[in-house]
Design a protein around this ligand. Structure first.
Ligand code: ADE
Length: 235
């Protein structure tokens, strides 16, 4: 997969993709991640990426032109219907569809070229949504100062789902949400730490019992924190 991140703060991403699973996936050429400075695609002397809102009101609006120019540079077109196959142009915005594990899976399975536009200011000129963007994505019901942290979250969640991104010692199959439940609790050595003991069931080697215990605990955690995942009422 190729990921192109469009941002006015390229420095934000300087090292963030250089650790752990993402770093390994880059080295193994499972993913290529490129960061582009949207300011490079301005055409005016002051390299402005924002302007005042039509209709008045507080704050500034992200200009359409540099974003159109950047997408056109990357895809050779800024008409959605002419994008190459398996391409998505995603705007990160609190107004979008909420990013969940199933969205990460859908993107990991279907996309070869992912362009992430990091929104800023009060919002992005709506013509970017009207003409360029295939998906508007929010990482949750809170407002960030910009789409950059959201882009990091989205890239991380997708890359770990790409074929062979996880080492043989790890698997996404047991991750929280993959089963529709939160993950069960984990323990490692020592069996007793500061007087706290690992549950006996995990020490006896009875795999059927261990599996039953893990399912039970996953259900308990989900009931406690995320009833909404069980479709039985409010969280
Ligand atoms: N930009 C600002 N807030 C955001 C959010 N919650 N998700 C994605 N992008 C954002």
């Amino acid at each position: 997969m190729k990921v192109d991140v469009l941002t006015i703060f390229p420095e934000f991403f300087r090292e963030v993709f250089d650790f752990g699973i993402i770093r390994r996936a880059k080295l193994a050429e499972i993913v290529e991640i490129n960061i582009f400075d949207i300011r490079e695609f301005t055409t005016d002397k002051h390299r402005m990426t924002d302007d005042r809102p039509f209709g008045g009101g507080d704050g500034m609006v992200f200009k359409a032109e540099p974003i159109f120019n950047a997408v056109e540079h990357l895809l050779g077109t800024c008409e959605r219907e002419n994008y190459p196959p398996k391409t998505k142009v995603v705007l990160l915005t609190p107004q979008g569809r909420v990013f969940k594990q199933e969205v990460a899976k859908e993107f990991a399975d279907e996309i070869e070229n992912l362009i992430l536009i990091c929104g800023r200011y009060e919002g992005v000129d709506e013509r970017v949504n009207e003409a360029l963007v295939t998906d508007e994505i929010s990482i949750g019901d809170y407002v960030l100062s910009g789409g950059e942290p959201a882009a990091i979250v989205v890239v991380d969640a997708i890359v770990r789902l790409l074929p062979n991104a996880l080492g043989s010692e790890t698997s996404a199959v047991n991750d929280s949400f993959s089963s529709g439940l939160l993950d069960y609790p984990h323990y490692t050595r020592p069996a007793e730490f500061r007087g706290m003991k690992v549950p006996e069931v995990l020490l006896n080697g009875n795999h059927a019992e261990i599996e039953k215990w893990r399912q039970q605990k996953a259900l308990e955690k989900t009931l406690k924190f995320r009833k909404d995942l069980l479709n039985i009422g409010e969280s």
